[in-house]
Design a protein around this ligand. Structure first.
Ligand SMILES: [Zn+2]
Length: 354
């Protein structure tokens, strides 16, 4: 991965974007993509639509969601502690002891989610593993409500402390890899196409509010009105002890993008993606999914009179925790696959299955 692209990825991961609070991230994407795009537009909902060749009649949409799961300040207690609610599918099992950042009115405020020390827990408490988010508190070090209220307001969004660390074997760990890696791949694919003459208009969309119901993709697909819509999102890797013994399809970090198969995937798009991968010698894996995808592809497919959709999955370990892991090579290969897919479309390509 080139240095500049890697910096963009890391900047995305360090920029907070809980669902409904994506503006700083959208601004970052806009700044980065200005020199590659023919047009960049935003909409009333908050999506960012980055386009190449926008005068073309046929349109291809790539969707990566900008939002990440997070929290919101619900209450400040008399002794200055903060109570929070979940934005999206928070895994409460990993919240106690976490470092968090509150996006307060005067800027970021650091805090930790407290926990009763093990020494003070009764034997039955030690055994109990279920956690009630409503009972957890964020400690920012203050002693009084007034002190906390000078920095924090009810309704402020909160994220896990955002940092990205490089691990062995080209792997990185961070909160919010879901789905900043997908957003990154959509934008990288557009960058890779920016010097080519395309037969279609290419729209890389940074969608909002995926984690709370695929809402940005719903409105963006309506306005872009694409013929093909591909969501790029993380997918569960099955190469850790967490999935040992499961009858899940094999999905391995570093073995390439996962091309979806199933009712949420247009068969022509699916087979063209595979054909392109083989021709360009891009490693890929297949992701059979008998159910509808839980990502933006689900909303895009039934937009207006129907869209030819697919999902490119980026293998991800520990989804929705603050220690998600992805492999940088999967990101690069996904972007390359999508760029080559778009370039391969000719005037004669039809995506109608029948
Ligand atoms: Zn996602």
């Amino acid at each position: 991965m080139n240095k500049e692209s890697k910096k963009f990825l890391f900047d995305l991961l360090k920029t907070p974007s809980p669902s409904g609070f994506e503006v700083p991230l959208q601004k970052l994407v806009k700044r980065r993509m200005a020199r590659f795009a023919d047009s960049i537009e935003s909409d009333l909902h908050g999506n960012l639509i980055v386009a190449l060749n926008p005068k073309a009649k046929r349109r291809i949409m790539l969707a990566g969601h900008a939002d990440q799961i997070g929290f919101m300040v619900k209450h400040i207690s008399a002794d200055g502690f903060i109570y929070i609610g979940a934005i999206g599918g928070i895994d409460v099992g990993v919240v106690e002891g976490a470092r968090v950042t509150i996006l307060g009115k005067k800027g970021e405020v650091r805090g930790v989610v407290g926990r009763k020390p093990i020494h003070l827990q009764k034997p039955e408490e030690r055994k109990k593993s279920s956690v009630d988010l409503d009972k957890l508190w964020v400690d920012i070090g203050n002693k009084k409500k007034k002190e906390t209220e000078s920095l924090v307001t009810v309704g402020d969004p909160v994220t896990f402390e955002l940092s990205v660390k490089e691990l062995c074997q080209n792997r990185i760990t961070s909160a919010g890899l879901d789905d900043k890696v997908g957003l990154f791949v959509a934008m990288e694919a557009l960058r890779m196409c920016s010097r080519s003459k395309l037969n279609v208009g290419l729209y890389a969309v940074s969608t909002i509010q995926e984690e709370v119901g695929l809402r940005g993709a719903t409105t963006a697909a309506y306005s872009v009105e694409p013929e093909v819509g591909i969501a790029i999102d993380v997918t569960h890797a099955s190469d850790t002890p967490a999935t040992a013994g499961h009858k899940a399809p094999r999905c391995i970090l570093g073995k390439g993008p996962v091309i979806s198969k199933g009712p949420n995937t247009n068969p022509v798009v699916g087979s063209l993606l595979e054909k392109v991968a083989k021709k360009q010698r891009i490693p890929y894996q297949l992701g059979p999914s008998p159910k509808l995808a839980g990502n933006d592809a689900r909303a895009i497919q039934v937009s207006r009179s129907g869209v030819a959709t697919a999902t490119i999955g980026i293998p991800n370990r520990y989804m929705h925790t603050q220690v998600e892991i992805c492999d940088l090579r999967d990101l690069q290969n996904s972007a390359k696959l999508l760029a080559e897919f778009v370039k391969s479309i000719t005037a004669r390509t039809s995506f109608k299955p029948v």
